[in-house]
Structure formats: structure tokens, C-alpha cells
Design a protein around this ligand. Structure first.
Ligand SMILES: *[C@@H]1O[C@H](CO)[C@@H](O)[C@H](O)[C@H]1NC(C)=O
Ligand SMILES: *[C@@H]1O[C@H](CO)[C@@H](O)[C@H](O)[C@H]1NC(C)=O
Ligand SMILES: *[C@@H]1O[C@H](CO)[C@@H](O)[C@H](O)[C@H]1NC(C)=O
Ligand SMILES: *[C@@H]1O[C@H](CO)[C@@H](O)[C@H](O)[C@H]1NC(C)=O
Ligand SMILES: *[C@@H]1O[C@H](CO)[C@@H](O)[C@H](O)[C@H]1NC(C)=O
Ligand SMILES: *[C@@H]1O[C@H](CO)[C@@H](O)[C@H](O)[C@H]1NC(C)=O
Length: 446
């Protein structure tokens, strides 16, 4: 292949730092110093090369991203909100945001600029289709929204796309192909489906090769989502994995991958979001109901499962006269321990009824934490501190509880499902996380 048609991808440190801007609150001056320090070290890392895409289009794409980066930078430095906000439109202000200015501008730029190509290859039911109910519903809703006619972020042609979506559903593969009798080798077969898919699109189009997968992503809420890339780090080394199971001990890389929320979706509908009880009227200090399985929950039940304590309510099964939603909504704090995997749909359930989530997990990267400061509306308890749970919660002054509860209501917006998607809702939060990661790389021509 002629040198003039070769393309290189460079991970530029400038943009890597861009994420760093989100990861630290802007109002601490040292962050800007960090950024400018890092800006002066122009280390580059080559990932891959090759292919012959439309040069004009590609430059235009990178120019668009450069422009968006510039605008976000400007909003951060000048501490102002995007000028083209519609009158009355929502502006995310408050301590639960790491940097409101950056977030508003970045979301605005995303809606204006970001175009995603969803590959058409493959057939239902394993592709272009996902679960629409129960705890993996976020996977199905995401795929459906991407492929919905009229999705404003859909690219009309792959040449104009900034990112490429691989519409395979791990949950559907498991649903249709997994049988306990043939469990042996199943995970390898699942990996092969992904590898074959990538083989097809990388033969047929130039996009995978030119970035070595760095501007491609897939979405999975299933526990086994991370496994698809496990055995082939060469092929999947750059792919952006959007996962509910964001376990850093299982290879989740926060700078590359995206943590998304599990949402326990009711059949054929979307979950209700309410204010729940008034914060003054919540008689239960902390509540949990669910199966006693895996280490974290075993420990929770070992310490609190006897329910001898009147303040910490921990049940496996509820009595017939007990109503789960009402118990959640009548509690100040809702316990969200890891189960089979790190993520828990209980976090969204708690937020939906105005209950402060108490996240009891190790090795978990919280969703959308590039922009959200979870410490402002949740309590995080390491697994080893489970015996101290009551003391930790009682030590939170009531005034602080009230502030955090108010913020829970304010962030509900970012966890709410809408069909079609709306600004700042959960679907846009997921996409915004992908957008940030896409802005961290740049396709370069040499
Ligand atoms: C925004 O709309 C409100 C009423 O809907 C109006 O009172 C206000 O003047 C408007 N502000 C601007 C800047 O247009
Ligand atoms: C992409 O790379 C693979 C492996 O090197 C190669 O087989 C394939 O033909 C390339 N695709 C294109 C479109 O050039
Ligand atoms: C949501 O609330 C509406 C109205 O109160 C109710 O009809 C519907 O069944 C609720 N949906 C769920 C999933 O609870
Ligand atoms: C407080 O809770 C009780 C019992 O659930 C309910 O009947 C009452 O309306 C609530 N009061 C307020 C102010 O929310
Ligand atoms: C539980 O309470 C919620 C909210 O009050 C209500 O919508 C729902 O129907 C109740 N569920 C059952 C099974 O009674
Ligand atoms: C996270 O991954 C580690 C390593 O595989 C595992 O030991 C741990 O149980 C996982 N956490 C959960 C809650 O599944």
C-alpha cells in the first residue's frame, strides 16, 4: 500500500488529558496546571495504520472533533455555558457534576456533531436486537435506540461517522445458544461470533483497520459481556466496551471502556421514576431485599441478615404483605451490594424512588463518573466495612442526608429511559461517555 494512503492513529496525550479535565473538578486551579503541563509533553503512541478511506471525509471528521474539543476547552477556561442553549432547557448545575461548564458544552457539541454508524451486517435474533425487560434491558434499549428511524445521531453514510457501533447482543447470544448440556466451550463460541463479525466488517470496509478498532464500540449489560474480548487481546485491544459489568479486576479500563447502569425494566414498558416518600417521612434507615449469593451478599447477610437491628432491614424474600417499591421509597438509604457481578440494578431502583444508594462494592467503576461526582448523592462502602454499615450511615448528619437526597432527585434525569431518547437521559449519558472516549483519539494522516 502506497505511503500516501497510509493512515495512522495516534493517541494524543492532549486529548487523553481531556478526560482528565472531567475527572477533576475545574475550580481547583491545579487541574489547569496539570493540563498545561501534560500539554507540553507531546508523547504519541502509534496504534495501527493502513487502508484507503476517503481522505476528504476523514479530515473533515477530525476537524469537527478538533472544533468540539476547542469549544469545550473554552467553556472550561471561560467558565461559561454554551451560548446556544434554548430558553428553559435543562442546565446541569450542582455539586454532583464534576464540571458543569464542560458537561453542558460537551453534551451540546455531541448532539450537534457526533455521528455513529451502526453496521447493518448480521441478523436478528442475535444482532440488531436485545432484551427489552429485566436487568439486561439497557442493552436492548440501547440497540433499539441506535437503530430507531430518526435517531439524530445516526450517520447517513459510514464515511461521515465518528464512531462505529457493533450491534451484537451478548444477552441474546446467551439466551439462544447457551444450554447447560453444551456449556463446555460456550464462551469460546461466543467470542468466535464477535471475531467473525469483525472479520466481515474489516474485510468489507476500511473503518476497522484504519483505527484498529479504537473508534468502534459494543454494548453489553450481561455478566459475560467482558468475556468476548478476553482471549484475543490483539484484536480487541482498542475496542471501546460499554459494560454494566465494569469490574476493574476483570480487565475494565476506565479510559477506554464505558460503565453503564443496569436498569431493571418492566415488561413492555419503561420503569417509573417518582419522588418517593418525603425525606422527612422515611422510617427505615437502610433497606435491602434480594438473594444471598456471592461473597459480598454473604457478608451482608452474615452481619445484618438476622434483622435483630431495627434500623438495617436486610431480607432475602419479602412477605406477601410487603411491597418492594414502597419499602425502597420509605427508606433513607438503599443498600446496593454486588451480586453475581459488580453492577446492580438496585442503584437505579434506589435513584428512581429518591433513596440514597449505598454502593457496597470493590473494583467497580461507577457509571458516567467522567461527569458525575457520585460522592455527592451516594454512599460508597468498601466490602470490608460491612460490619460498620450502621455506624457509617448514622454518622451522616441529617442536614447532609437532606442535601444528598435532594441531589438524588436531581440526577434522576440521567438515569431515566425515554423512547425516543431525550437530552441528558440515560441513553445520552452512555453515548456521551463514548463521545468523550472518541474525542481522546485522533486519526492522523502521514
Ligand atoms: C425565557 O422564557 C420565559 C418564559 O417562558 C421568559 O419570561 C423569559 O424572558 C425568556 N428568557 C429569554 C432570555 O428569552
Ligand atoms: C484489514 O486488515 C485485514 C488483516 O490485515 C485484511 O485481511 C483486510 O483485507 C483489511 N481490510 C481492508 C478493507 O483492507
Ligand atoms: C407506572 O405508573 C403508572 C401510573 O401510576 C402505572 O399505570 C404503571 O403500571 C406503572 N408502571 C410500572 C412498571 O410500575
Ligand atoms: C408519610 O408516610 C405515610 C405512610 O406511608 C403516608 O400515609 C403519608 O402520606 C406520608 N406523609 C408525607 C408528608 O409524605
Ligand atoms: C407497590 O406499591 C406501588 C407504589 O405505591 C404500587 O404502584 C404497586 O402497585 C404496588 N405493588 C403491589 C404488588 O402491590
Ligand atoms: C470482580 O472480578 C474479580 C476477578 O475476576 C472477581 O474475583 C470478583 O468476584 C469480581 N466481583 C464481582 C462482584 O463479581
Amino acid at each position: 500500500m502506497a505511503a500516501s494512503t497510509k493512515f495512522y492513529i495516534t493517541l494524543i496525550l492532549f486529548s487523553l488529558l481531556f478526560l482528565a479535565i472531567y475527572l477533576f473538578p475545574w475550580n481547583k486551579t491545579h487541574n489547569l496546571l496539570i493540563v498545561s503541563n501534560l500539554l507540553s509533553t507531546s508523547t504519541t503512541k502509534f496504534l495501527q495504520h493502513e487502508s484507503k478511506p476517503n481522505i476528504k471525509k476523514k479530515l473533515a471528521i477530525e476537524e469537527q472533533l478538533a472544533k468540539a474539543r476547542g469549544k469545550i476547552h473554552k467553556a472550561i477556561v471561560e467558565k461559561r455555558f454554551a451560548s446556544n442553549q434554548k430558553n428553559g432547557s435543562f442546565i446541569p448545575i450542582g455539586t454532583m457534576y464534576k464540571n458543569s461548564f464542560a458537561f453542558v458544552q460537551s453534551h451540546t457539541e455531541m448532539m450537534k456533531t457526533f455521528k455513529i454508524w451502526t453496521y447493518k451486517e448480521g441478523d436478528i435474533p442475535l444482532m440488531h436486537n436485545g432484551p427489552m425487560k429485566s436487568i439486561y434491558s439497557a442493552e436492548g434499549h440501547f440497540i433499539e435506540e441506535m437503530e430507531r428511524n430518526g435517531n439524530p445521531l445516526a450517520a447517513k453514510h459510514p464515511d461521515e461517522a465518528h464512531a462505529f457501533f457493533i450491534p451484537i447482543s451478548v444477552a441474546k447470544i446467551v439466551h439462544y445458544l447457551f444450554t447447560p448440556a453444551e456449556a463446555y466451550g460456550f464462551l469460546e463460541r461466543m467470542q468466535t461470533i464477535f471475531e467473525d463479525y469483525i472479520d466481515i466488517i474489516s474485510q468489507r470496509y476500511p473503518y476497522w483497520n484504519r483505527s484498529n478498532g479504537a473508534d468502534h464500540f459494543f454494548v453489553s449489560c450481561h455478566d459475560w459481556g467482558p468475556i468476548v474480548s478476553r482471549n484475543n487481546p490483539k484484536l480487541f485491544g482498542n475496542l471501546i466496551r460499554v459494560l454494566c459489568n465494569a469490574n476493574t479486576s476483570e480487565g475494565f479500563i476506565p479510559m477506554r471502556d464505558v460503565s453503564m447502569t443496569e436498569i431493571n425494566g418492566p415488561y413492555n414498558s419503561i420503569p417509573n421514576v417518582s419522588g418517593g416518600q418525603s425525606p422527612h417521612n422515611r422510617s427505615i434507615l437502610a433497606f435491602f431485599a434480594g438473594g444471598n449469593h456471592d461473597v459480598v451478599r454473604n457478608k451482608l447477610f452474615q452481619h445484618w441478615g438476622s434483622n435483630e437491628d431495627n434500623d438495617i432491614h436486610v431480607y432475602t424474600y419479602l412477605q406477601e404483605n410487603q411491597n418492594y417499591t414502597e419499602l425502597l421509597s420509605g427508606s433513607k438509604y438503599c443498600l446496593c451490594p454486588s451480586g453475581y457481578e459488580v453492577a446492580s440494578a438496585r442503584i437505579t431502583e434506589a435513584i428512581y424512588v429518591g433513596c440514597i444508594p449505598v454502593i457496597i462494592k470493590n473494583q467497580y467503576v461507577l457509571p458516567y463518573s467522567d461527569v458525575l461526582d457520585w460522592s455527592q448523592f451516594s454512599v460508597q462502602v468498601p466490602v470490608m466495612k460491612i460490619p460498620d454499615l450502621k455506624r457509617i450511615l448514622e454518622d451522616i448528619p441529617f442536614s447532609k442526608y437532606l442535601e444528598m437526597q435532594k441531589r438524588v432527585l436531581e440526577v434522576q434525569k440521567h438515569f431515566t429511559v425515554h423512547i425516543p431518547a431525550e437530552n441528558y437521559d440515560v441513553f445520552h449519558m452512555i453515548l456521551h461517555s463514548v463521545w468523550l472516549r472518541r474525542m481522546n483519539i485522533r486519526l492522523l494522516k502521514f
